[in-house]
Write a protein that binds this ligand. Structure first.
Ligand code: PNW
Length: 456
């Protein structure tokens, strides 16, 4: 066939899942509709100077009203799966207690529309929009009360939708909503707490995942596949020698010690606890057991090689290498171009923790796309990005690394957190005046890859 290239098998495995992803606050809008409560992102985005251009998610892509059109967008590019997040304050305006049936109804409508169009729903229960009331009452993730509240919310949602949704993620990107939010002050609630408290926030977050996981299994209507979607900190061997690969394994294990590593191993590494010393978090053995509740798959958001690494003579056995000053980046300042991360991240997860099933729950890039007079968006930068990253993903699957699906971030341009609407990640271009959606060249590329299940 026309997709076969000379001498290469460029197919992805049979039944490989090609999907797209979004998150509630970034696309839904309708923040005051149908009894939705306030989240920390509503509050944070209204503080002048926090978000580029003082943008906020009040309208965003208005997906709350346009979801039917958006399901057709997915269908048009052969996105056979869709990863969306559920807004906790829509379902529980006060975080716990009396649910708001109208809030859940939106997700019921969305799920039914997806299924009617042959698209498999993948639901994320938490993508950073914490009910404001938990922040005000308990300091949000600083308290285990938030972990308990999450378990209640997670169980409620699972009970209501698990007749139709079989794939769940508890939380999205622990590193972002713990360190970046409570330590580095970059994301809501924008705090710069001392390390002891940040370590406790991390512990409460993984505990919350564990408690949620247990609660969800108890109420599931049928066997579910539950995992996380973590932005694993990936250490990539700078040159792929045996020694450097060993070093990358050790480094990746330590760099994720407070989050993914403890979820996979049920204990904090000695290095982690020793380096924290008196700042180590409070936890019990019983909590560690919950934290390490078995996952059905590991979901990883992979954008870059966070660090390059080589073997070292020191105690750790590895040496981290900084990116060179002119290492190329995509439009987001943090986004170092490093396609090989999409090979190494799943390989390291498989080797370190014997993962049997791995999803790439996010990958994509930001750009400053523009719509031409002819109504086209020719995003050669994103197509270049995808060709190179997917080449590495193909390398992974052809070596037998058990990656079963890939979700592109994102279906359409949306509210890019502190960068507002200034950086665009979509396969579809959003005109924020008319709210019209237009496919970019990358949408065509994604469609061809997904449809043929082949690296192009
Ligand atoms: C992810 N980094 O965030 C989030 O899950 C999405 O909501 C977001 O829109 C998307 O990626 C693009 O930014 C990230 O510093 C935030 O490496 C920071 C990093 C990576 C991903």
């Amino acid at each position: 066939n026309s997709y076969t290239q000379l001498g290469h098998n460029r197919k992805f495995p049979d039944n490989f899942v090609w999907g797209t992803a979004t998150a509630a606050y970034q696309v839904e809008g309708a923040v005051n509709e149908d009894g939705r409560g306030v989240s920390i992102w509503d509050t944070y985005s209204k503080i002048p100077g926090k978000i580029k251009n003082n943008d906020n998610g009040d309208i965003a892509c208005d997906m709350y009203h346009r979801y039917k059109e958006d399901v057709q967008l997915m269908k048009s590019i052969h996105s056979g799966a869709y990863r969306f997040s559920i807004s906790w304050p829509r379902v529980f305006p006060n975080a716990t207690g009396t649910p708001n049936p109208k809030g859940l109804d939106f997700y019921n409508r969305l799920i039914d529309e997806l299924l009617a169009n042959g698209i498999t729903p993948y639901a994320t229960l938490y993508h950073w929009d914490l009910p404001q009331i938990l922040q005000d009452k308990y300091g949000g993730w600083q308290s285990k009360e938030t972990s308990k509240a999450f378990a209640e919310y997670a169980a409620y949602v699972t009970e209501k939708i698990s007749d139709r949704v079989k794939h769940f993620f508890t939380l999205n990107e622990f590193y972002s909503f713990t360190d970046l939010s409570y330590g580095l002050g970059q994301l809501a609630p924008g705090l710069k707490l001392p390390i002891k408290e940040v370590a406790q926030v991390r512990n409460n977050a993984v505990l919350e995942h564990g408690m949620g996981l247990q609660a969800m299994r108890q109420v599931a209507k049928s066997p579910l596949e539950i995992g996380v979607a973590e932005n694993i900190v990936t250490a990539v061997p700078v040159i792929e020698t045996k020694e450097n690969i060993e070093a990358a394994k050790k480094a990746t294990r330590e760099l994720n010690a407070g989050l993914l590593t403890v979820m996979m191993e049920g204990k904090y590494t000695d290095n982690y606890l020793n380096s924290l010393g008196p700042d180590a978090p409070d936890f019990t053995m019983e909590e560690l057991n919950l934290i390490a509740g078995p996952l059905d798959f590991v979901g990883i958001n992979v954008y870059l090689a966070n660090k390059y690494v080589q073997a070292g003579d020191n105690e750790n056995g590895f040496e981290l290498i900084q990116h060179a000053k002119h290492h190329p980046t995509m439009a987001s300042p943090w986004h170092m171009v490093s396609p090989e991360s999409l090979y190494w991240a799943p390989r390291l997860v498989m080797e370190l923790w014997k993962a049997k099933e791995i999803y790439i729950t996010e990958n994509g890039c930001g750009a400053t796309d523009e719509l031409s007079q002819e109504g086209q968006v020719i995003d050669t930068d994103r197509v270049m990005f995808l060709k190179n990253y997917l080449t590495q993903l193909h390398r992974a699957t052809s070596e037998g690394i058990p990656v079963t699906g890939y979700f592109h971030w994102s279906l359409m341009d949306n509210f890019e957190w502190i960068f507002g609407y200034g950086i665009r990640f979509g396969l579809f271009y959003m005109d924020y005046e008319s709210l019209e959606r237009n496919p970019k060249l990358s949408a065509e590329y994604f469609k061809k890859v997904a449809e043929s299940n082949t690296l192009l």
